[in-house]
Design a binder for this molecule. Structure first.
Ligand code: NAP
Length: 249
């Protein structure tokens, strides 16, 4: 337990389950926490404690926020693919002289099935890698869905949390759903749609990992987009426990 008299004020850059878990633990320990969400999702799962929503206005906006709010520690617990906010956090903390750590769950490259996946560097490269397969299942997210617009003449199964926001081709089936997704449901879905190839980002974590096991069980090929690099010099921890200990130290 963190000593209540310490004068800490923690900013958790969120949008992930780990960020919510950390906010709950710090709040329970009496540490003032502000969780920040980008505001992309219409009904986000809200963390415990104070919450603010929306961008800061780049590096200088975030640095000014840290000073105005007397933030003493920043935990960048954003999604492994939220590249810009991570870079901004590292630069803003440097400017403001506030310590920062990146909380990033381990990716899937260490899991036993990883060697059977095709690893690529971008969503566009994932589309190219999957071009020769009949029926793709796209789970790389709404924001870069237009990278697949050249697949307008084939069946494509797409799963997104929020609607795509543009008129996808009539041959596509779009499922709007938020995880976790269990193994049996993933098996049923891939079987019923006769999926040949699964496309995913290396998000890591247990909530969406059953799709990888389902694909393996059904002989479905898997194409994984590698994570962007962590900004240089930014310390990384992989678990909520480690992030909690870092704030406490
Ligand atoms: P991004 O490209 O890295 O960030 C774009 C801009 O959005 C940032 O420059 C910042 O605006 C604002 N922003 C992002 N995260 C923010 C946060 N937690 N609090 C306040 N402002 C934030 O981000 P993204 O990939 O669009 O992801 C947006 C959010 O969704 C993140 O919080 C992330 O954790 C969550 N998420 C992302 C993914 C994914 O695949 N990318 C998946 C699941 C959840 P300003 O420059 O104005 O400050």
């Amino acid at each position: 337990m963190i000593h209540a008299v310490t004068r800490r004020r923690v900013l958790v850059l969120g949008g992930t389950g780990e960020a919510r878990e950390l906010a709950a633990r710090l709040t329970a320990s009496g540490v003032p926490v502000v969780s920040s969400l980008a505001g992309r999702v219409s009904r986000p799962a809200l963390p415990e404690g104070e919450v603010r929503v929306g961008g800061f206005g780049g590096v200088h906006g975030l640095a000014a926020y840290l000073a105005d709010e007397a933030v003493t520690h920043v935990v960048d617990a954003t999604h492994p693919f939220a590249e810009r906010i991570s870079a901004n956090a590292a630069a803003a903390c440097d400017l403001a002289g506030v310590p920062v750590v990146r909380l990033q769950r381990p990716g899937w490259s260490r899991q036993p099935l990883a060697s059977s996946f095709t690893w690529v560097d971008s969503v566009e490269a994932a589309r190219e890698a999957a071009d020769g397969f009949g029926r793709p299942f796209v789970t790389t997210g709404r924001q870069q869905l237009e990278a697949f617009s050249s697949w307008g003449d084939r069946f494509v199964l797409v799963r997104v949390v929020e609607p795509p926001g543009w008129d996808v081709p009539a041959s596509w089936e779009v499922l709007q759903a938020r995880g976790p997704f269990g193994l049996d449901d993933e098996l049923d879905l891939m079987r019923s749609r006769r999926v040949d190839v699964l496309l995913t980002k290396d998000s890591g974590g247990a909530l969406t990992e059953p799709k990888l096991r389902a694909a393996h069980a059904l002989g479905v090929a898997v194409v994984v987009v590698r994570r962007p690099a962590v900004p240089e010099g930014l310390a990384v921890v992989e678990t909520v426990d480690e992030a909690y200990d870092w704030v406490s130290a």
